[in-house]
Design a protein around this ligand. Sequence first.
Ligand code: SAH
Length: 418
Amino acid sequence: MQPAAARVGETPSMSDTAHKANMLARVILNPTQEKRLLAGHNWVFSNEIREVFAESEPQAGDLALVVAASGHELGLAFYHPHSLIAARMLTRSPKEPIDADFFGKRLADAIAYREKVCPGENAYRLCFGESDGLPGLIIDRYGSILVLQVLSAGIERRLDLIAQALCALLKPQGIYLKNDHRTRSLEGLPLECRTLSGVVPEKVPIVEGGLRFTAAIGEGQKTGHYFDQRDNRAYLRPFFANRIVLDLYCYTGGFAITAAKAGAKSVLAIDSSGPALTLAKENVKLNGVERTVSFDEGDAEKALDAFALLQQPFKPDFIVLDPPSLVPAKKHLPKALRLYAKLNSQALRALPRGGYLATAACSHHVSREDFVLMLRNAQAKAQRAVRFVSLRGQSSDHPILLAMPETEYLHFALLEVL
Ligand code: SAH
């Protein structure tokens, strides 16, 4: 860091433009550290920076010019002096203005992409942060309500611009800030949930693939609905016909209701959250499948123990296993993989020949290879012959940047017991 003597405008957020390039902080990388950026990755880690030149101490969320050790200008980024992710690239054009038009264009692109991958739908993840060129900005659309999660200081300081762009593009009835994600603390941001503009009801009705759900906006998990499994729910439909389904970690009934509507004989859905089950029961009624779906409030791990020992009168031939992330930090990965393997082997053991297991892991720390190896260990433990019907991932409204493995976090497999 080499602050120059003169201090300049401290919070340039609303009018950041590259025309002020002479005022921008210059983030100079260590030699050869530009390789990953040149290959399309969008983060610079703090240990990759040689020095930062600025006229005054750069603040969290300031715009900065990222420069290779050779002097080659790589593009503009949100800079953070205290975050491990020190710079998040916004554009590879060093002179592009980062203004209202910039955010409006990125959001319009994000909307156009969803219109292609979720045709006719009005509820989906509308913006997936770095994958949509807006680092740290998550937007979920629930009809005319938008729910935002802000995970970077750069976006936090430009929220007004983003809200204005969203109002111009979509004219939402309300925008809600669901800023309770613990990763905000890594950027020094406080936890807060509040209505940002308009009117936001506590519960919002949505339709997903023709099925009706109510999402709890303020109180629910994530932003209210697990959109990341929407494609997998649709994919499983033909496999549910005439099945006896056990939906473990059912939340508000996404898989359970899909199964019932797709012709399952009966569905038992289990979750430990009372409020999630209250909503799940409402959702079951909304879809007219209350005769097919029943619920148990409890610990899915304990339930699996009993099913694996075949002690239950309910004998499923289709199990959905969609636990929450079991890996809070990288150091917990080996232990978490053992737990995933245990759960999956118990589920396989509980199934008859011809039974299906739809299983998922949602954690940035679990790679695709970890997931497949874990399933292999689970099948060995269960002593069952198993084949992959398919290996899948997060829904396409959560696009994965090929150059950024960090944008992939959900692994999903449909397995058949032979
Ligand atoms: N399958 C759901 C999403 C599951 S999210 C869908 O498609 O919408 C994970 C769920 O696991 C949450 O609802 C959470 O309440 C529940 N959960 C967490 N720990 C649990 C446990 N030990 N036993 C049962 N449910 C649990």
